[in-house]
Design a protein around this ligand. Structure first.
Ligand code: APR
Length: 174
């Protein structure tokens, strides 16, 4: 089941939240910075053992001081005009995160809008990739009841996701 909401991902009471990280997996600004701040210093200690990640890959750590038990760190594409496979890499972020979550038996997971901040992926385009990939996964794994939340930081981004979910004819709750 897909839910679209607005707020701060670090406050959500879900089993797993997804971090929009960079290849070092050692923290940064944006949602990455917020998650590391809220999870506490033990998160960085665990991240140091991960050996980084390629764009599109997903790796998992504990959530430490977060309500979420797990954090899945995925590295989105830097948007360079749309002709550098950005959509494929972004799709992989969602797909790999969802498959990794399923392999851990995770039943509720929240995504920020990956790559649409510092990495400058236009949110209109990114929202279609996110919504279609999540919907595809939920349909493919319909036997595996998973709650997926797309949480948007700003009202503007939230309205774009709602509008595009309606355009795609996707069932969702808010
Ligand atoms: N909760 C939910 N969403 C958030 C939060 C938050 N607390 N903070 C920011 N966001 C949103 C942004 O508004 C944006 O829509 O997350 C989305 C992703 O933006 P960024 O965090 O800038 O991530 P991204 O564009 O993927 O760039 C990743 O930025 O922070 C660095 O270390 C990170 O180098 C990496 C790069």
């Amino acid at each position: 089941m897909l839910q679209i909401t607005q707020g701060d991902i670090t406050t959500l009471d879900v089993e797993c939240i997804v971090n929009a990280a960079n290849p070092s997996l050692l923290g940064g600004g944006g949602v990455d910075g917020a998650i590391h701040k809220a999870a506490g210093p033990k998160l960085l200690q665990e991240c140091k053992k991960l050996g980084g990640a390629k764009r599109g890959e997903a790796k998992i750590t504990h959530g430490y001081e977060l309500k979420a038990k797990w954090i899945i760190h995925t590295v989105g594409p830097i948007y360079q005009g749309g002709n550098h496979n950005e959509d494929v890499i972004l799709q992989r972020c969602y797909e790999n995160s969802l498959c990794l979550a399923r392999s851990y038996g995770i039943k509720s997971i929240a995504f920020p809008s990956i790559s649409t901040g510092v990495y400058q992926y236009p949110i209109q385009k990114a929202s279609f990739v996110a919504l279609q990939t999540i919907t595809w996964f939920l349909q493919k794994c319909s036997f595996y009841e998973m709650k997926v939340i797309c949480i948007l930081h700003s009202q503007k981004d939230y309205e774009i996701y709602i509008q595009n979910a309606k355009k795609l004819g996707i069932n969702f709750t808010t």
